[in-house]
Write a protein that binds this ligand. Structure first.
Ligand SMILES: [Zn+2]
Length: 440
Protein backbone atom coordinates (compact mmCIF):
# COMPACT_ATOMS: atom_id res chain seq x y z
CA UNK A 1 0.00 0.00 0.00
CA UNK A 2 2.34 2.69 -1.12
CA UNK A 3 0.28 5.55 -2.49
CA UNK A 4 2.91 8.24 -2.36
CA UNK A 5 1.79 11.77 -1.90
CA UNK A 6 3.92 14.80 -2.68
CA UNK A 7 5.33 15.07 0.82
CA UNK A 8 6.55 11.51 0.70
CA UNK A 9 4.09 10.07 3.13
CA UNK A 10 1.97 7.15 2.06
CA UNK A 11 -1.68 7.99 1.72
CA UNK A 12 -2.58 6.07 4.85
CA UNK A 13 0.00 7.89 6.92
CA UNK A 14 -1.03 11.20 5.44
CA UNK A 15 -4.64 10.64 6.39
CA UNK A 16 -3.60 9.45 9.77
CA UNK A 17 -1.37 12.43 10.48
CA UNK A 18 -3.92 14.93 9.21
CA UNK A 19 -6.74 13.36 11.18
CA UNK A 20 -4.53 13.51 14.25
CA UNK A 21 -4.01 17.22 13.72
CA UNK A 22 -7.69 17.82 13.03
CA UNK A 23 -8.49 16.29 16.38
CA UNK A 24 -6.22 18.84 17.98
CA UNK A 25 -3.61 16.30 18.92
CA UNK A 26 -0.87 17.62 16.71
CA UNK A 27 1.80 18.61 19.16
CA UNK A 28 4.60 19.51 16.78
CA UNK A 29 8.13 20.19 17.88
CA UNK A 30 8.48 20.23 21.63
CA UNK A 31 11.09 19.73 24.30
CA UNK A 32 10.86 16.23 25.67
CA UNK A 33 10.94 16.63 29.48
CA UNK A 34 12.60 13.24 29.88
CA UNK A 35 15.51 13.74 27.51
CA UNK A 36 15.63 17.54 27.46
CA UNK A 37 15.87 17.30 23.70
CA UNK A 38 13.69 19.00 21.10
CA UNK A 39 11.58 16.31 19.47
CA UNK A 40 9.14 16.34 16.57
CA UNK A 41 6.04 14.79 18.08
CA UNK A 42 2.86 14.15 16.10
CA UNK A 43 1.60 11.32 18.27
CA UNK A 44 -0.37 11.71 21.46
CA UNK A 45 -0.05 9.44 24.47
CA UNK A 46 -3.50 7.98 23.80
CA UNK A 47 -2.39 7.13 20.28
CA UNK A 48 0.76 5.47 21.56
CA UNK A 49 -1.37 3.29 23.82
CA UNK A 50 -3.81 2.48 21.02
CA UNK A 51 -1.03 1.56 18.57
CA UNK A 52 0.45 -0.69 21.20
CA UNK A 53 -2.88 -2.38 21.87
CA UNK A 54 -3.44 -3.06 18.15
CA UNK A 55 0.02 -4.27 17.26
CA UNK A 56 1.72 -5.92 20.23
CA UNK A 57 -0.52 -9.04 20.35
CA UNK A 58 0.43 -9.82 16.73
CA UNK A 59 4.13 -9.52 17.50
CA UNK A 60 3.77 -11.75 20.57
CA UNK A 61 2.06 -14.38 18.43
CA UNK A 62 4.76 -14.13 15.74
CA UNK A 63 7.14 -14.86 18.63
CA UNK A 64 5.17 -18.03 19.48
CA UNK A 65 3.15 -16.48 22.28
CA UNK A 66 3.76 -15.57 25.89
CA UNK A 67 5.66 -18.05 28.04
CA UNK A 68 3.45 -20.73 29.55
CA UNK A 69 5.89 -20.79 32.49
CA UNK A 70 3.81 -18.64 34.88
CA UNK A 71 6.52 -18.45 37.52
CA UNK A 72 9.01 -16.95 35.11
CA UNK A 73 6.47 -14.64 33.49
CA UNK A 74 5.36 -13.24 36.84
CA UNK A 75 8.96 -12.79 37.83
CA UNK A 76 9.72 -10.80 34.67
CA UNK A 77 6.63 -8.65 35.19
CA UNK A 78 7.41 -7.99 38.86
CA UNK A 79 10.98 -7.01 37.99
CA UNK A 80 9.81 -4.66 35.25
CA UNK A 81 7.13 -3.04 37.40
CA UNK A 82 9.63 -2.36 40.17
CA UNK A 83 11.51 -0.22 37.68
CA UNK A 84 8.68 1.33 35.65
CA UNK A 85 7.02 2.95 38.69
CA UNK A 86 10.22 4.96 39.23
CA UNK A 87 10.42 6.39 35.71
CA UNK A 88 9.35 9.66 34.10
CA UNK A 89 6.18 8.08 32.71
CA UNK A 90 4.94 5.85 35.52
CA UNK A 91 1.35 6.24 34.31
CA UNK A 92 1.89 4.16 31.15
CA UNK A 93 0.15 0.75 31.12
CA UNK A 94 3.36 -1.28 31.29
CA UNK A 95 3.51 -5.04 30.99
CA UNK A 96 6.60 -7.23 30.96
CA UNK A 97 6.59 -10.75 29.61
CA UNK A 98 8.66 -13.48 28.10
CA UNK A 99 7.83 -14.81 24.64
CA UNK A 100 8.65 -18.30 23.33
CA UNK A 101 10.82 -17.23 20.37
CA UNK A 102 14.33 -18.73 20.31
CA UNK A 103 16.26 -15.85 18.75
CA UNK A 104 17.91 -13.22 20.96
CA UNK A 105 15.78 -10.09 21.29
CA UNK A 106 13.74 -7.73 23.47
CA UNK A 107 11.42 -4.94 22.40
CA UNK A 108 8.97 -2.30 23.57
CA UNK A 109 5.74 -1.06 22.03
CA UNK A 110 4.96 2.63 22.60
CA UNK A 111 2.31 2.08 25.29
CA UNK A 112 4.69 0.05 27.42
CA UNK A 113 4.14 -3.56 26.30
CA UNK A 114 7.62 -4.99 26.69
CA UNK A 115 8.80 -8.50 25.86
CA UNK A 116 11.99 -10.53 25.97
CA UNK A 117 12.54 -13.79 24.08
CA UNK A 118 13.61 -17.08 25.63
CA UNK A 119 16.74 -16.73 23.51
CA UNK A 120 17.86 -13.67 25.43
CA UNK A 121 16.50 -14.69 28.86
CA UNK A 122 18.55 -17.87 28.79
CA UNK A 123 21.74 -15.85 28.27
CA UNK A 124 21.28 -13.52 31.27
CA UNK A 125 23.24 -14.28 34.43
CA UNK A 126 21.40 -12.33 37.15
CA UNK A 127 18.40 -10.15 37.91
CA UNK A 128 20.43 -6.96 37.51
CA UNK A 129 21.04 -7.92 33.86
CA UNK A 130 17.31 -8.49 33.42
CA UNK A 131 16.68 -5.11 35.05
CA UNK A 132 19.17 -3.57 32.61
CA UNK A 133 17.42 -5.15 29.64
CA UNK A 134 13.95 -4.07 30.79
CA UNK A 135 15.30 -0.68 31.88
CA UNK A 136 16.64 -0.08 28.37
CA UNK A 137 13.25 -0.91 26.83
CA UNK A 138 11.49 1.27 29.42
CA UNK A 139 13.94 3.99 28.36
CA UNK A 140 12.61 3.79 24.78
CA UNK A 141 9.04 4.16 26.09
CA UNK A 142 9.96 7.13 28.29
CA UNK A 143 11.87 8.97 25.59
CA UNK A 144 8.96 8.18 23.22
CA UNK A 145 11.28 6.86 20.52
CA UNK A 146 8.64 4.92 18.58
CA UNK A 147 6.41 7.98 18.42
CA UNK A 148 9.43 10.06 17.41
CA UNK A 149 10.38 7.67 14.59
CA UNK A 150 6.76 7.70 13.44
CA UNK A 151 6.62 11.50 13.49
CA UNK A 152 9.73 11.65 11.34
CA UNK A 153 8.10 9.26 8.92
CA UNK A 154 10.87 6.73 9.45
CA UNK A 155 8.48 4.12 10.70
CA UNK A 156 6.34 3.66 7.66
CA UNK A 157 4.33 0.51 7.14
CA UNK A 158 4.31 -0.90 10.60
CA UNK A 159 2.23 0.43 13.44
CA UNK A 160 0.46 3.17 11.55
CA UNK A 161 -2.33 1.29 9.84
CA UNK A 162 -2.35 -1.55 12.30
CA UNK A 163 -1.05 -4.64 10.60
CA UNK A 164 -3.09 -4.17 7.44
CA UNK A 165 -0.35 -2.37 5.55
CA UNK A 166 2.26 -4.85 6.66
CA UNK A 167 0.16 -7.78 5.56
CA UNK A 168 -0.44 -6.04 2.23
CA UNK A 169 3.23 -5.47 1.61
CA UNK A 170 4.16 -8.98 2.61
CA UNK A 171 1.63 -10.66 0.39
CA UNK A 172 2.99 -8.94 -2.70
CA UNK A 173 6.02 -11.21 -2.90
CA UNK A 174 5.96 -14.97 -2.64
CA UNK A 175 9.65 -15.39 -1.98
CA UNK A 176 10.02 -15.38 1.75
CA UNK A 177 8.56 -17.95 4.06
CA UNK A 178 6.62 -15.31 5.94
CA UNK A 179 4.71 -14.26 2.88
CA UNK A 180 4.34 -17.81 1.64
CA UNK A 181 2.58 -18.73 4.84
CA UNK A 182 0.82 -15.40 4.90
CA UNK A 183 2.31 -14.51 8.25
CA UNK A 184 3.69 -11.25 9.45
CA UNK A 185 7.47 -10.97 9.16
CA UNK A 186 9.42 -11.35 12.37
CA UNK A 187 10.33 -7.68 12.69
CA UNK A 188 7.60 -6.09 10.60
CA UNK A 189 5.84 -4.54 13.57
CA UNK A 190 8.91 -3.52 15.53
CA UNK A 191 10.29 -0.01 15.75
CA UNK A 192 13.79 0.52 14.39
CA UNK A 193 15.65 3.04 16.49
CA UNK A 194 18.51 5.37 15.67
CA UNK A 195 21.91 5.21 17.34
CA UNK A 196 21.00 8.34 19.30
CA UNK A 197 17.83 6.63 20.49
CA UNK A 198 19.97 3.74 21.71
CA UNK A 199 22.30 6.03 23.63
CA UNK A 200 19.32 7.69 25.31
CA UNK A 201 17.65 4.38 26.15
CA UNK A 202 20.93 3.10 27.64
CA UNK A 203 21.40 6.17 29.76
CA UNK A 204 17.78 6.14 30.99
CA UNK A 205 17.84 2.39 31.54
CA UNK A 206 20.94 2.65 33.70
CA UNK A 207 19.43 5.51 35.70
CA UNK A 208 16.17 3.63 36.28
CA UNK A 209 17.71 0.31 37.27
CA UNK A 210 19.99 1.94 39.85
CA UNK A 211 17.01 3.88 41.22
CA UNK A 212 15.26 0.52 41.63
CA UNK A 213 18.19 -0.75 43.70
CA UNK A 214 20.19 -2.80 41.20
CA UNK A 215 23.93 -2.96 40.79
CA UNK A 216 24.77 -1.04 37.58
CA UNK A 217 27.28 -3.74 36.69
CA UNK A 218 24.22 -5.63 35.46
CA UNK A 219 24.14 -3.17 32.59
CA UNK A 220 27.77 -3.82 31.74
CA UNK A 221 27.10 -7.57 31.95
CA UNK A 222 24.20 -7.23 29.50
CA UNK A 223 26.26 -5.22 27.01
CA UNK A 224 29.11 -7.69 27.29
CA UNK A 225 26.77 -10.63 26.64
CA UNK A 226 25.30 -8.90 23.56
CA UNK A 227 28.78 -8.19 22.22
CA UNK A 228 29.98 -11.75 22.60
CA UNK A 229 26.72 -13.24 21.29
CA UNK A 230 27.09 -11.17 18.16
CA UNK A 231 30.37 -12.98 17.54
CA UNK A 232 29.25 -16.52 18.45
CA UNK A 233 25.71 -16.50 17.08
CA UNK A 234 25.41 -13.66 14.59
CA UNK A 235 22.21 -15.06 13.04
CA UNK A 236 20.36 -15.48 16.30
CA UNK A 237 20.95 -11.89 17.32
CA UNK A 238 20.60 -10.14 13.96
CA UNK A 239 17.09 -8.88 14.61
CA UNK A 240 18.03 -7.41 17.98
CA UNK A 241 20.73 -5.31 16.33
CA UNK A 242 18.54 -4.24 13.45
CA UNK A 243 15.95 -2.92 15.92
CA UNK A 244 18.48 -1.77 18.55
CA UNK A 245 21.67 -0.63 16.80
CA UNK A 246 24.64 -1.98 18.75
CA UNK A 247 28.17 -0.75 18.95
CA UNK A 248 31.26 -1.23 21.08
CA UNK A 249 30.72 2.38 22.05
CA UNK A 250 27.59 1.39 23.99
CA UNK A 251 29.61 -1.09 26.01
CA UNK A 252 32.39 1.43 26.68
CA UNK A 253 29.89 4.11 27.71
CA UNK A 254 28.26 1.70 30.16
CA UNK A 255 31.64 0.81 31.70
CA UNK A 256 32.52 4.48 32.02
CA UNK A 257 29.18 5.46 33.59
CA UNK A 258 29.51 2.70 36.16
CA UNK A 259 33.03 3.81 37.07
CA UNK A 260 32.07 7.47 37.43
CA UNK A 261 28.43 8.49 37.86
CA UNK A 262 27.30 5.20 39.43
CA UNK A 263 30.47 4.33 41.29
CA UNK A 264 28.72 4.33 44.68
CA UNK A 265 25.95 2.07 43.40
CA UNK A 266 28.37 -0.78 42.69
CA UNK A 267 27.74 -2.33 46.08
CA UNK A 268 24.05 -2.79 45.28
CA UNK A 269 23.05 -6.43 44.72
CA UNK A 270 23.02 -8.33 41.40
CA UNK A 271 20.50 -10.93 42.68
CA UNK A 272 22.10 -13.83 40.89
CA UNK A 273 20.46 -16.57 42.96
CA UNK A 274 16.98 -15.15 42.51
CA UNK A 275 17.43 -15.10 38.74
CA UNK A 276 18.71 -18.66 38.73
CA UNK A 277 15.80 -19.86 40.88
CA UNK A 278 13.19 -18.34 38.61
CA UNK A 279 14.78 -19.58 35.41
CA UNK A 280 15.38 -23.24 36.36
CA UNK A 281 12.85 -24.55 33.84
CA UNK A 282 14.01 -22.18 31.11
CA UNK A 283 17.67 -23.03 31.58
CA UNK A 284 16.91 -26.75 31.34
CA UNK A 285 15.74 -25.93 27.79
CA UNK A 286 18.92 -24.20 26.71
CA UNK A 287 20.06 -27.00 24.40
CA UNK A 288 16.67 -27.13 22.67
CA UNK A 289 16.55 -23.35 22.32
CA UNK A 290 19.98 -23.33 20.70
CA UNK A 291 18.98 -26.05 18.25
CA UNK A 292 15.91 -23.99 17.36
CA UNK A 293 18.18 -20.99 16.73
CA UNK A 294 20.34 -23.11 14.42
CA UNK A 295 17.24 -24.45 12.68
CA UNK A 296 15.86 -20.96 12.11
CA UNK A 297 19.19 -19.79 10.81
CA UNK A 298 19.25 -22.73 8.37
CA UNK A 299 15.69 -21.84 7.33
CA UNK A 300 16.87 -18.28 6.65
CA UNK A 301 19.55 -19.71 4.36
CA UNK A 302 16.94 -21.93 2.68
CA UNK A 303 18.75 -25.06 3.90
CA UNK A 304 15.54 -26.82 4.83
CA UNK A 305 17.06 -30.27 5.13
CA UNK A 306 19.53 -29.01 7.71
CA UNK A 307 16.79 -27.02 9.46
CA UNK A 308 14.62 -30.11 9.81
CA UNK A 309 17.51 -31.96 11.45
CA UNK A 310 17.95 -29.20 14.03
CA UNK A 311 14.24 -28.96 14.79
CA UNK A 312 14.17 -32.73 15.22
CA UNK A 313 17.05 -32.44 17.70
CA UNK A 314 15.25 -29.65 19.56
CA UNK A 315 12.04 -31.67 19.80
CA UNK A 316 13.93 -34.71 21.03
CA UNK A 317 14.99 -32.62 24.04
CA UNK A 318 11.65 -30.83 24.43
CA UNK A 319 8.91 -32.83 22.67
CA UNK A 320 6.06 -30.65 24.00
CA UNK A 321 7.61 -27.33 23.09
CA UNK A 322 5.09 -25.17 21.22
CA UNK A 323 7.67 -23.06 19.36
CA UNK A 324 9.68 -26.13 18.37
CA UNK A 325 6.55 -27.87 17.06
CA UNK A 326 5.45 -24.84 15.03
CA UNK A 327 8.95 -24.30 13.63
CA UNK A 328 9.10 -27.93 12.54
CA UNK A 329 5.64 -27.65 10.97
CA UNK A 330 6.70 -24.51 9.06
CA UNK A 331 9.83 -26.23 7.81
CA UNK A 332 7.84 -29.26 6.61
CA UNK A 333 5.27 -26.96 5.01
CA UNK A 334 7.98 -25.22 3.01
CA UNK A 335 9.22 -28.67 1.97
CA UNK A 336 5.64 -29.45 0.90
CA UNK A 337 5.42 -32.37 3.33
CA UNK A 338 1.92 -31.34 4.32
CA UNK A 339 0.65 -34.43 6.08
CA UNK A 340 3.77 -34.57 8.27
CA UNK A 341 3.42 -30.84 8.95
CA UNK A 342 -0.21 -31.40 9.97
CA UNK A 343 0.94 -33.82 12.67
CA UNK A 344 3.30 -31.32 14.27
CA UNK A 345 0.96 -28.37 14.02
CA UNK A 346 -1.88 -30.47 15.44
CA UNK A 347 0.27 -31.24 18.46
CA UNK A 348 1.21 -27.55 18.74
CA UNK A 349 -2.50 -26.66 18.94
CA UNK A 350 -2.91 -29.22 21.70
CA UNK A 351 -0.02 -28.03 23.87
CA UNK A 352 -0.95 -24.32 23.58
CA UNK A 353 -4.54 -23.93 22.30
CA UNK A 354 -4.73 -20.26 23.36
CA UNK A 355 -1.89 -19.27 21.01
CA UNK A 356 -3.00 -18.18 17.55
CA UNK A 357 -0.13 -18.97 15.18
CA UNK A 358 -0.58 -22.76 15.14
CA UNK A 359 -4.23 -22.35 14.12
CA UNK A 360 -3.13 -20.22 11.18
CA UNK A 361 -0.51 -22.70 10.06
CA UNK A 362 -2.95 -25.59 10.52
CA UNK A 363 -5.44 -23.78 8.28
CA UNK A 364 -2.77 -23.22 5.66
CA UNK A 365 -1.74 -26.88 5.70
CA UNK A 366 -5.38 -28.00 5.53
CA UNK A 367 -5.94 -25.86 2.44
CA UNK A 368 -2.93 -27.51 0.81
CA UNK A 369 -4.46 -30.88 1.72
CA UNK A 370 -7.81 -29.71 0.32
CA UNK A 371 -9.45 -30.18 3.74
CA UNK A 372 -11.42 -26.99 3.41
CA UNK A 373 -13.87 -27.53 6.28
CA UNK A 374 -11.05 -28.01 8.77
CA UNK A 375 -9.14 -25.11 7.28
CA UNK A 376 -12.14 -22.83 7.72
CA UNK A 377 -12.42 -23.87 11.39
CA UNK A 378 -8.72 -23.20 11.93
CA UNK A 379 -8.90 -19.69 10.48
CA UNK A 380 -12.01 -18.94 12.51
CA UNK A 381 -10.22 -20.12 15.64
CA UNK A 382 -7.24 -17.92 14.80
CA UNK A 383 -9.41 -14.86 14.26
CA UNK A 384 -11.25 -15.40 17.53
CA UNK A 385 -7.95 -15.43 19.44
CA UNK A 386 -6.21 -12.72 17.47
CA UNK A 387 -8.48 -10.43 15.44
CA UNK A 388 -7.13 -7.87 12.98
CA UNK A 389 -5.00 -9.87 10.53
CA UNK A 390 -6.48 -9.20 7.06
CA UNK A 391 -4.87 -12.33 5.60
CA UNK A 392 -7.45 -14.33 7.53
CA UNK A 393 -10.23 -12.87 5.39
CA UNK A 394 -8.49 -14.13 2.29
CA UNK A 395 -7.95 -17.62 3.65
CA UNK A 396 -11.50 -17.82 4.98
CA UNK A 397 -12.60 -16.92 1.44
CA UNK A 398 -10.33 -19.58 -0.03
CA UNK A 399 -11.67 -22.22 2.40
CA UNK A 400 -15.27 -21.29 1.61
CA UNK A 401 -14.51 -21.40 -2.11
CA UNK A 402 -13.15 -24.92 -1.63
CA UNK A 403 -16.37 -25.81 0.16
CA UNK A 404 -18.30 -24.39 -2.82
CA UNK A 405 -19.98 -21.77 -0.63
CA UNK A 406 -19.59 -19.10 -3.29
CA UNK A 407 -21.61 -16.14 -1.91
CA UNK A 408 -19.91 -16.39 1.50
CA UNK A 409 -16.53 -16.78 -0.15
CA UNK A 410 -17.18 -13.68 -2.29
CA UNK A 411 -18.02 -11.77 0.85
CA UNK A 412 -14.69 -12.65 2.48
CA UNK A 413 -12.73 -11.82 -0.69
CA UNK A 414 -14.50 -8.49 -0.84
CA UNK A 415 -13.66 -7.76 2.80
CA UNK A 416 -10.05 -8.68 2.06
CA UNK A 417 -9.56 -6.38 -0.93
CA UNK A 418 -11.19 -3.55 0.97
CA UNK A 419 -8.18 -3.72 3.32
CA UNK A 420 -5.38 -4.97 1.09
CA UNK A 421 -5.50 -3.86 -2.51
CA UNK A 422 -2.30 -5.17 -4.00
CA UNK A 423 -0.31 -8.36 -4.17
CA UNK A 424 -1.00 -11.89 -5.35
CA UNK A 425 -3.82 -12.55 -2.92
CA UNK A 426 -5.68 -9.35 -3.76
CA UNK A 427 -5.34 -10.14 -7.46
CA UNK A 428 -6.70 -13.63 -6.93
CA UNK A 429 -9.61 -12.41 -4.80
CA UNK A 430 -10.52 -9.74 -7.33
CA UNK A 431 -10.42 -12.21 -10.23
CA UNK A 432 -12.81 -14.50 -8.38
CA UNK A 433 -15.23 -11.65 -7.77
CA UNK A 434 -15.15 -10.81 -11.47
CA UNK A 435 -15.64 -14.44 -12.46
CA UNK A 436 -18.62 -14.79 -10.17
CA UNK A 437 -20.20 -11.59 -11.40
CA UNK A 438 -19.72 -9.57 -8.21
CA UNK A 439 -17.30 -7.15 -9.83
CA UNK A 440 -16.27 -6.15 -13.32
ZN1 LIG B 1 17.13 -0.19 22.10
Amino acid sequence: MKHSTKNGLTRREFLWVTSASAAGLLLGCAINPVTGRSQLMLVSEDQEIELDRQNSPHQFSTDYGLLQDRVLNNYINTTGKKISTLTHRPQMPYSFQGVNAAYVNAYAFPGGSIAATRGILVELKNEAELAALLGHEIGHVNARHTAEQMSKGVLTNALIGGIATVAGTQSSGLGSLASQLGMIGADALLAHYSRDNEREADSLGLEYMVKAGYNPNGFVGLMDMLRSTSKHKPNAIELMFSTHPMSDERYRTAVQSVQTQYRQAQNLPLYQERYMDNTVKLRSMKGAIEDMQKGESAMGGEKYDEAETYFKKALKQAPEDYAGLVMMAKCLTVREKYSEAAGFVGKAKQVYPQEAQAHYLAGFVNIKEKKYDSAYEDFNAYEKILPGNPNIKFYQGLSLEGMKRVPESANKYYEYIKIVNQGEKAKYAYQRLVEWGYAK
